[in-house]
Design a protein around this ligand. Structure first.
Ligand code: ZN
Length: 311
């Protein structure tokens, strides 16, 4: 009994430390104004490219998207699993990343934040956006605690991501957040940050692992969900990309990020058939590796089989 009590006490202490660290890392609520764009270091205009590049990185059964704006600023949404954590900074450097201006952790599951501590260690970071999770649901996983400790060690703060925020806006490109819309959800997936990137006339919607409850809320908000490319929620699971949501987004292309023969059966056959019926071109990281979408503001061109982290 004594041993069990001691173990419980240690468990409680770890939980308490995690909760204290967690609270300390979240900065004051950010205003709904572009902040990353203002605080990020200026990027040399000589690096300006004609296109915005979006890489849907093949991280196996996880999510990670790198966005390079025309100015050269980098946005990283999620960082894949712990399995590819060490290789991720290497690949990002190969892709020309020297700084992450905006880092978004959609939600604190290992398949999205598993490689994030390595990213924070390896690059100067501008702003970090993550959803604020109620203390009772804050994960006490080693990977999450390691991430928080790494963020603290670099004296960075986390901005609590909320629907309506515009973390970045420049040169005709805008990144706005459509979710989370509530302070508490039953499932951690529904805390997912959902972000829409608009560049000129074209747009991308990154749905994290948002499932049906969050999709329904987004439909009610009145936001312009219409996007040319949809990064399907929750790896193409049946819990996401519901018919009404898909109709509102009405993409011409969808990207599903999942691992080869994954244990979850992602993507769902029903979701694939829903996308096919809507005549949406489907790209899958399990079949086509890393997928690059290049957008000049008027058109989007896709290239498949770019360098993968697992193949
Ligand atoms: Zn996931």
């Amino acid at each position: 009994m004594a041993r069990r009590r001691k173990r419980n006490f240690i468990g409680g202490a770890v939980l308490l430390i995690a909760a204290m660290l967690y609270s300390a890392l979240y900065g004051a609520p950010a205003k709904d104004t572009p902040s990353a764009a203002q605080s990020a270091a200026p990027v040399s205009s000589s690096k300006e490219a004609a296109q915005t590049n979006v890489w849907f990185l093949d991280v196996g059964q996880g999510d990670s998207e790198l966005i390079r704006l025309k100015s050269g600023k980098n946005i990283l949404i999620d960082a894949g699993t712990g399995e590819t954590a060490k290789q991720l900074p290497v690949l990002l450097k190969e892709l020309g990343v020297t700084r992450i201006d905006l880092l978004i952790g959609t939600h604190p599951h290992e398949d999205h934040i598993g490689g994030m501590a390595e990213v924070v260690k390896n690059f100067p970071i501008g702003q970090i956006y993550m959803p604020k999770i109620p203390n009772s649901q804050v994960p006490t996983t080693a990977v999450y605690e390691n991430l928080l400790e790494t963020i603290e060690a670099k004296k960075l703060k986390i901005t609590a991501a909320k629907s309506g925020m515009v973390p970045l806006e420049e040169d005709g490109c805008k990144l706005e957040l459509f979710a989370p819309n509530r302070a508490s959800y039953k499932d951690l997936n529904d805390y997912s940050v959902v972000a829409k990137l608009t560049c000129g006339q074209k747009s991308f919607l990154f749905a994290g692992d948002a499932e049906s409850p969050s999709e329904q809320e987004m439909l009610k908000t009145g936001y312009d969900l219409k996007s040319d490319v949809l990064k399907c929620g929750h790896h193409g699971s049946l819990s996401s990309t519901t018919a009404a949501f898909l109709k509102a987004v009405s993409p011409t292309a969808a990207v599903i990020s999942c691992g080869v023969n994954n244990d979850y059966g992602h993507p769902s056959k029903q979701v694939l058939s829903r996308l096919n019926k809507a005549k949406v071109t489907i790209y899958r990281t399990d079949q086509q590796g890393t997928i690059l979408a290049q957008c000049d503001g008027k058109t989007i061109a896709f290239q498949t089989n770019q360098k993968s982290l697992v193949k």
